[in-house]
Every structure is written in C-alpha cells, then in structure tokens.
Design a binder for this molecule. Structure first.
Ligand code: FEO
Ligand code: CA
Ligand code: CA
Ligand code: CA
Length: 605
C-alpha cells in the first residue's frame, strides 16, 4: 500500500475576470461576507459607528481601527470556528475619517481630533467565532483589545535605554507610547503576533525648522509640517524639540494576543527600517530566522538570526529570542550569467566588525555600539553595499521546501536596472525568490531568481520588451504592484496587489486591486478575487482547517492616485468614488472579508 496522501489540488477554481466594480468578486462556487469594519464595536460600551464620521476620540478608542492591513487568526484550542483575529490598522484617510467640518491643520482641528486619529492606528485583537455559518465578533470577551498610538510599550533589545532612545517623557529610554503605521505582520513559533511599523516618519513635524541629521533625512522625516498635523496639539510629534521621539518608531513589535494585560515589546534587535512584514522560520541548528523587507524605493531586504535556539517543548523559554541575534542585509549579485534574472547573493552581518565599502573602515568606526547602529540600520546597510531593491514588501517562506519569496512592488523612479531589479522605470513590480545555501535559513549565501515579472503583454507587444512581463503573465491574469504575499499550508502562493487601478494605458485590463494565486512549481498564476473601487487588498490568514480565509480590504474609495478622478477636491468626490461596504450614498470603510467555498472545501482547491 502507498500511504502517501494525494497531492492537494493547487489551482482548482475558475479565474475571476478583472473588473472596476465597487464590490468584492470571488470565483464561482465561493462566497464572501464582511465584518470587523472600521468603527465597529469591540466592547459592550463601544458607541456605534456614525456614518457622518462624527464619532469622538473616546469612541474610536473602543472601536475597531482604520485601514486594516496584516492579520492573523489564532485559533482557540485549535478550533476552526473560534479564535482571535488580530489585525493591523495602518493609517487613515482624512477625507473619510473626519467629518466635513474637520481638516487636519485647519477647520475644527484640535487635540480631540488628533487623539481620534491616534486611536484609529495600531492593532485590534478581536475574538471571533462562526455561529450558524456566519462569522461574528464575540462581545463581551476577555480577549478583545485595542492597542493604538498611545498604548505603552517596552523597548527591548540592544537599543533599550540607549541615549538615542531617551526623551523628556521617558528619560530612561525604555517605554514608548504607541505603535504607528502598522503595515504587514508576522507570527512567532510561540504563538505571539508581530506588527510592523512602516512609514512612521509621516507623523512627525519639524516646527522649529532644524537642519536634519543624515539619519533624519535618510528616514524621510519632513523638513516642515507633517500631513497628519499631530504636532499642532501633541508636542512629542515635533521632532525639532523632541529630537529622539522618531527613533522610537520603525521597529518590529511583539504582542501576546492571549494576554490582554501584556505589554507590547519593540524588539530593536530586528532593526529600524520601514518594516513591511515578517516571516519566521528555523535554521538547521534551530535558531529563529526572521525575513523582512524595508518598503521604500531602493531600500533593502534583511534577515535576523537569533543567538538562542528555539525550544519546541517549552514555549515560554522562547519569549525573548528576538532580543539577541544578528541582523543581516542582502546583496543580490548577478551570478555566473548576466541578464538571466537569476544569480547568487550574500547576507552581510550588520555588526561592528563588518567592513564597510570604504577601505580600512568597519561599522565600528561609524557606530559606538549596537544600539546606535540599530537606530541607524538603513545607514549601516548603505555603508556595507547592500543591493538597492524595487521596494521590498511582503516576504513568505514555503511551508515545506524553505524557499523564500518576496514582492518588489514597483519603482518607477529607478534609473539603472540591475540583475535583480531588471527594469528602469519599473511601474509593474516583480516577485523574487531565493534558496539559502544548504537549505539552511541561517546560511550567509543564497541563490535567487525572479518568479514573476509583472507587466502588460497586451500593451507592450515588442519582442524582448520586459514591460510585457514574464511568460507566466497573460491577458487573463494581468496585475501590477504585488504587495501582500503568503503561502498557505498546502504551498499555494497568494499574491495581493496595491497598485494602479486606472485600468488604462500601462494598466489596461487590470481592473481594481486584486488577489491571485500561484502554483510555485508550474509558475501558473490565476486571479481569485477583485476588490472594490480604490482599495488595496492586504492581510491574509486561514482557519486551521483551511476552509475559511480572511483578507482585508484597505481604504476602499482612496482615489488620490487615480488619474481619472473628477477633481482633486477631496470630500464630496471621494465619498462618491466608493461606498463599499455601505449602502449607496454611504461612507467607504476598511473591513475584513471572510471567504469560503459553498461546498465547504479547502480554499483554492
Ligand atoms: Fe504598508 Fe509597504 O505597505
Ligand atoms: Ca545572472
Ligand atoms: Ca503593503
Ligand atoms: Ca504597497
């Protein structure tokens, strides 16, 4: 007898066509439903969401946040019908978030409105369960929790207590208020959640007009006011007077979702970058490895390898593994053959003894200690000659063979192509993958290739034009700007987009932002879902039985980059652009979408 189970069907559904509708479209035989919308209640005393956006700061503190992003389902006792859905709230859109009477920095602007914005950021821990086939939020629940822009969190790892982390409110440099711009996520092997701080620079103003340090410039702190205008009423967001406050953002944050009294921890050993997401795996000798991207044009790919080893039998012993280890940055080399979109690579350790590209110099000549180096992670990576990438977004590890896949979302400003970023003016993006030497996640060398070059073969028809995309891009699966990326337990690669949804020119035939699935072996890619107008599709997680999938629709109706918008004047036009998931005339809301198969089968089969 052969006891080997049959290989799972990888792409067993009929592709969805591109569309520009203000709705969620799933394949025939699938269903979807919406819950956990921005402003929905989490506690028995949460005020109801108001369709005119006049909820107060105190209401928002008791409600689900805005701009849902990375997300993970933590089952309760292994259940596939009850668990904690933990989700990020990345940012907010003024034109939907505030009523017409409030403009940041203008009419109606006050500390109350600043606080409302801060409470809409961060993370929601939501106790969810399926009742009679419908997923609902459990209220009251001992687990429900809002972590936001004012929640106290501990600074841990090498930068804890460092002079660069001290502020007037926290002279010890050990406690920071809040997590901001929570983009993608990760999970640990010991059952905690990782939330990634991305574009933190945008919250800070420079009201005093100080000259930026190289660090402040490299991380993009504004030379004047920030768009959020928080510094108008909350002085810690004026970095001209509170110079170190920005140093306390841009970190990886670990949260224990099952303990609502736990203090979130900013794990500084994983570097200070514009963190996209985190993918954890184990090395051959049982060290914890975390892969990460820094999402900015021409920024880098990183990995962290813990000093300690993972203890599978005693989860508590792993709790501080993320506080000591080595952070590496990637260099992607052309390999033996040039222009074949594959090559070799090197992981360069960001430690004081590593030589920089200046002869005779080490990182120790630039930074006095690891705390200082980590606050300056990007500049240290610059100094050692890492490869400037096309905006590294989500990274994910194949469940069985250990290959690592990462999205490079786009880089329209790229002037010089290289082997791993093969197009100048890259408006489409690509997905790259690598295999660590010896299949050991702690290896210091790897081999890489490009899994898919997104493009438009219906527009760019000249032979050899890389804008057409790789051969696995066809008229039936057009997409641009891959961003969210995750393997499911069977090894299907789910691809989510955050790109140009104009459906014209370079982007003709692509419709709204969407989610596709790839078979990593055959390289076939098939469209599974199309989102509503103006949204990004992001965040993905499953119940253990693989029969329920959760994804997030972020900022439906965000039309700022839409070339066909009727005018640039925000409020009225924006509210007309999408009403999803509200009724006609309603205000668009970020929300979670549950997807299941009508026959109860595994998603994707
Ligand atoms: Fe928040 Fe890079 O996406
Ligand atoms: Ca090559
Ligand atoms: Ca993203
Ligand atoms: Ca993006």
């Amino acid at each position: 007898d052969d006891d080997t189970p049959p290989a799972p069907v990888m792409l067993g559904f009929t592709a969805v066509s591109a569309n520009s509708l203000d709705t969620v479209t799933v394949p025939t035989g699938y269903r979807s439903a919406v819950f956990c919308r921005w402003g929905d209640p989490l506690f028995p005393d949460s005020p109801a969401w108001r369709p005119d956006a006049t909820n107060t700061a105190e209401s928002q503190r008791r409600q689900i946040g805005d701009n849902h992003d990375g997300m993970h389902f933590f089952p309760i006792n292994g259940s596939s019908t009850e668990g904690l859905l933990v989700m990020n709230h990345e940012y907010l859109n003024d034109e939907y978030f505030y009523p017409a009477s409030v403009t940041p920095g203008g009419t109606g602007w006050s500390l109350e409105q600043v606080r409302k914005g801060q409470y809409a950021h961060g993370v929601s821990v939501v106790h969810v369960r399926r009742v009679n086939g419908n997923w609902e939020v459990v209220i009251p629940s001992q687990y429900n929790r809002r972590i936001h822009g004012l929640t106290a969190m501990a600074i841990t790892g090498p930068a804890r207590g460092h002079a660069l982390m001290r502020t007037s409110a926290d002279p010890e440099g050990e406690v920071v208020l809040g997590t901001l711009n929570n983009c993608g996520n990760g999970t640990t092997l010991w059952g905690t959640y990782l939330t990634c701080e991305e574009n933190f620079n945008g919250y800070f103003s420079n009201l005093g007009g100080v000259t930026r340090t190289p660090n402040e410039a490299r991380y993009g702190l504004p030379t004047g006011n920030s768009g959020y205008r928080w510094a108008d009423h909350d002085p810690r967001f004026d970095y001209s007077t509170e110079r170190n406050e920005p140093n306390r953002f841009g970190w990886m944050v670990e949260i224990d979702p099952f303990d609502p009294t736990s203090t979130p921890k900013k794990r500084t050993a994983l570097g200070r970058i514009k963190h996209e997401n985190a993918a954890m795996t184990l090395s051959a000798n049982n060290r914890v490895v975390v892969y990460m991207g820094d999402d900015q044009a021409n920024d880098y790919v990183y990995k962290f390898v813990s000093s300690g080893t993972y203890n599978a039998s005693t989860p508590q012993l792993n709790r501080d593994l993320l506080d000591s280890g080595t952070l590496y940055v990637a260099r992607f080399d052309a390999g033996a053959t040039t222009n074949d979109m594959m090559g070799s690579g090197v992981w360069i350790p960001l430690v004081l003894t590593t030589p920089t590209t200046t002869a005779g110099q080490t990182l120790g000549d630039l930074y006095a200690d690891m705390g200082e180096l980590l606050v300056n992670t990007r500049l240290a990576a610059d100094a050692v000659g890492a490869t400037r990438m096309d905006r590294p977004e989500w990274v994910t590890v194949h469940p069985t063979n250990g290959e690592v896949y990462i999205t490079m979302t786009n880089n329209s400003g790229r002037t010089t192509a290289d082997e791993a970023n093969p197009r100048a003016s890259n408006v489409y993006g690509q997905i790259l993958r690598w295999r660590e030497a010896g299949n050991d996640a702690a290896a210091t060398t790897f081999e890489w290739d490009i899994f898919v070059l997104a493009g438009n073969p219906t527009v760019h028809t000249t032979a050899g034009d890389l804008r057409a995309g790789s051969s696995n891009v066809t008229a039936d699966n057009l997409f641009n700007s891959p961003d969210g990326l995750a393997f499911d337990a069977d090894g299907r690669l789910w691809i989510q987009t955050d790109g140009n949804f104009s459906n014209v020119g370079n982007f003709a035939g692509m419709g709204n932002n969407q989610m596709l699935v790839a078979d990593p072996q055959t390289r076939e890619i098939r469209r599974f879902l199309v989102g509503p107008s103006g949204c990004e599709i992001t965040g993905i997680t499953w119940t253990p039985d693989k029969r329920t999938m959760f994804i997030n629709v972020q900022h439906p109706g965000e039309y700022g980059s839409h070339p066909n918008r009727p005018s640039i004047d925000p409020k009225d036009d924006a509210l007309a652009f999408s009403q999803w998931p509200e009724a006609a005339g309603g205000r668009p809301r970020s929300a979670t979408v549950v997807v299941w198969k009508e026959d109860g089968g595994v998603i994707g089969t």
